[in-house]
Design a protein around this ligand. Structure first.
Ligand code: NAP
Length: 248
């Protein structure tokens, strides 16, 4: 039976690129999305047309009920779980901390932090040898924002990614003896729609001259790091980070 990778927020951007590469490498893929059903289903069709297996599953990772249902649907459709990619993430309109209200902070933390914890919890129930699983791997999609802090843009988002970095370190140690590796990638400026959601579609263009490699990155370049961390090539790597940021 094919190994199964569940990728949250896989209808677009880095998640979609990861889904395509995972299918190419022989994984059956769970494609989670929140709103964009058409995009997720088109991705499933694209994978199937290349001979792969995939299912699209709607769920808001910030909702405990949705997350529990998503993993049950995965059990019923693809039948096992080997890799979780905690990729779903949001940021909000660029602003200074002095203007952020509690609703915004709650949304940013709920999706980026609580969502990653809830999905990790459900994945561990299936993968950890402590629960009768065969082991597996979790890859968290953090951000260089956790190191840079995103001043004047979204310090809340950067802090949420800082929480993901700490979770990666702690959880990696907690489950290392149970056959589960936990690692993270920290993308830099990647060409996706996330920048438009912060109110600046041209953000990569504006900032790219500050990147040592002189350009923004492509989602596929992040996907390759994720697939390496998921693979047996990374068998002795846990609690680790790969910065996919062009040197920034
Ligand atoms: P994106 O293009 O904006 O795509 C976001 C994806 O997440 C979409 O598939 C969206 O689903 C999904 N999503 C959003 N909220 C969700 C929720 N509550 N539950 C389930 N799915 C949800 O973003 P991206 O740039 O590919 O970012 C992917 C990850 O990389 C994020 O964690 C982001 O923080 C991180 N990252 C990105 C960059 C960058 O420069 N792009 C840099 C560093 C880190 P719908 O399509 O259904 O809305």
């Amino acid at each position: 039976m094919d190994k199964v990778m569940l990728i949250t927020g896989a209808s677009r951007g880095i998640g979609a690129a990861t889904a395509l590469l995972a299918a190419e490498r022989g994984y059956a893929v769970g494609i989670n999305y929140r709103n964009q059903r058409e995009a997720a289903e088109a991705l499933v069709r694209q994978i199937e047309s290349r001979g792969g297996r995939a299912v699209a599953i709607a769920a808001d990772v910030a909702s405990e009920e949705d997350v529990v249902r998503m993993f049950r649907e995965l059990d019923q459709t693809l039948g096992r779980l080997d890799v979780l990619v905690n990729n779903a993430g949001i940021l909000e309109t660029q602003m200074r901390v002095e203007n952020m209200d509690a609703d915004r902070l709650q949304r940013v933390l709920a999706v980026n932090v609580t969502g990653s914890f809830l999905c990790a919890r459900e994945a561990l129930k299936r993968m950890s040898t402590r629960h009768g699983g065969k082991g597996g791997s979790i890859i968290n999609v953090s951000s260089m924002a956790s190191r840079l802090g995103s001043p004047n843009e979204y310090v809340d988002y950067a802090a949420a990614k800082g929480a993901i970095d700490s979770m990666t370190i702690g959880l990696a140690k907690e489950v290392a003896a149970e056959g589960v590796r936990v690692n993270a990638v920290r993308p830099g400026l990647i060409n996706t729609e996330i920048h438009a959601s912060g109110g600046e579609p041209g953000r990569v263009e504006r900032l790219k001259s500050g990147v040592p490699l002189g350009r923004g990155g492509e989602p596929e370049e992040v996907a390759r790091a994720i697939l390496w961390l998921a693979s047996d090539e990374a068998s002795y790597t846990t609690g680790g980070f790969i910065d996919v940021s062009g040197g920034r």
